[in-house]
Design a protein around this ligand. Structure first.
Ligand code: KG4
Ligand code: ZN
Length: 337
């Protein structure tokens, strides 16, 4: 029997629904919320309201594109956390109602585990191209920066974590200082292409082990610009590309140096990146360059699977379905998983 799962993601500011059958994605729809752009970051209450408005049409569309009727769905997978509580409540309640109405199982998914499992989404054209275990993955998003060792589909060990800001936050907060709207990561990525990455030097943290820190870099960037603007109010405008390239280069160096350390310590050679920041072209190129030098096999997700999406919730739900890991209907979301 084919296993067909409807997956729902609503942890932050993207409402997404996907249909996945036997590990292959049939549809993956994402409704982004532009409303946050003018506030320079995600406003939790506005995010919850937008999820309420979007979740029914997005799910309806995902089912239509997949060509699936509700009676063909075997289970509903949903993001239980971590994330914004109000946002998670919308997806959780919707998933419960849907599962109850069809009398099918409900599967809770950890959003972070799901980001990593995008590497196990099956593709017809490249059968068996997934990483082998143990698999080392750098998860870099707006809320998280972690080094994760996957020992099996559902077995992960966190080797390192950020002790303050996440890498995506460093992009977004430094971008805000330069006057960019939220999220600034993609803008910095684009502008970096025309800049000199060695034009300016910013602080690199001195954090032991496999942990990360980005708050020092953010402060250093802010004070650097404050001083430069005193000398020349047009400084940012005149040096935008070089500022972006140098900032991006520093963030990538911080990330890659820890991946190298983790690979050396664990001996793992199957290495991937995941999460919103894994869309960054500089990070992708840096990982490929290291792989060439160090004989790693690297895994870089498709762009549509980097930022928040329900396909990743679906693939995680699929492996949980196979193991019979279902949730009860009194389940509640977790802002921290
Ligand atoms: O995974 P995600 O969609 O949401 C969280 O779970 O946080 O990640 C969003 C983050 C934002 O901080 C955004 O600026 C960053 O991913 N991002 C990028 C790029 N695309 C998205 N950062 C750098 N370069 C990019 N191309
Ligand atoms: Zn995410």
């Amino acid at each position: 029997m084919a296993v067909t799962i409807l997956a729902i993601e609503s942890s932050c500011d993207d409402t997404s629904a996907a249909v996945i059958r036997d590990g292959y994605i049939l549809s993956n729809l994402i409704a982004s919320q532009d409303i946050h752009k003018k506030y320079g970051g995600v406003v939790p209450e506005l995010a919850s309201r937008a999820h309420q408005a979007n979740i029914v049409p997005v799910t309806d569309q995902a089912l239509k594109i997949a060509g699936i009727s509700p009676s063909e769905i075997n289970a509903i997978a949903f993001t239980r956390g971590p994330g914004l509580l109000g946002s998670l409540l919308v997806g959780t309640s919707f998933a419960k109602g849907f599962a109850l109405s069809l009398n099918i199982p409900l599967i809770e998914v950890n959003h972070l585990q799901a980001h990593v499992l995008v590497h196990f989404i099956r593709k017809k054209e490249m059968e068996d191209s997934s990483p082998k275990f143990p698999f080392l993955c750098l998860l870099v998003s707006g809320g998280h920066t972690r080094l994760i060792l996957m020992k099996d589909y559902l077995e992960m060990e966190v080797l390192g974590n950020t002790i303050d800001d996440a890498a995506g936050e460093a992009f977004d907060k430094c971008g805000k200082v330069m006057g960019f709207p939220y999220p600034a990561g993609p803008i910095i990525d684009r502008l970096s292409a025309a800049g000199n990455k060695k034009a300016f030097h910013f602080t690199k943290p001195n954090v032991s082990g496999l942990d990360f820190s980005f708050s020092g870099l953010k402060t250093n960037f802010l004070y650097f610009l404050r001083d430069k603007i005193k000398e020349d109010p047009e400084f940012i405008e005149k040096n935008k590309a070089d500022l972006c390239a140098s900032l991006q280069y520093t963030i990538i160096n911080i990330l890659i140096s820890k991946v190298i350390k983790a690979a050396a310590e664990t001996g793992v050679r199957e290495i991937g990146i995941a999460g919103g920041v894994s869309a960054n072209s500089g990070l992708r190129n840096a990982l490929i360059a290291e792989a060439g030098k160090r004989n790693w096999k690297v895994f870089i997700p498709e762009f549509s699977y980097t930022t928040d999406n329900a396909a990743m919730i679906g693939i995680t739900g699929y492996y949980k379905f196979l193991k019979g890991e279902f949730s009860k209907h009194d389940i509640t979301p977790l802002a921290r998983y």
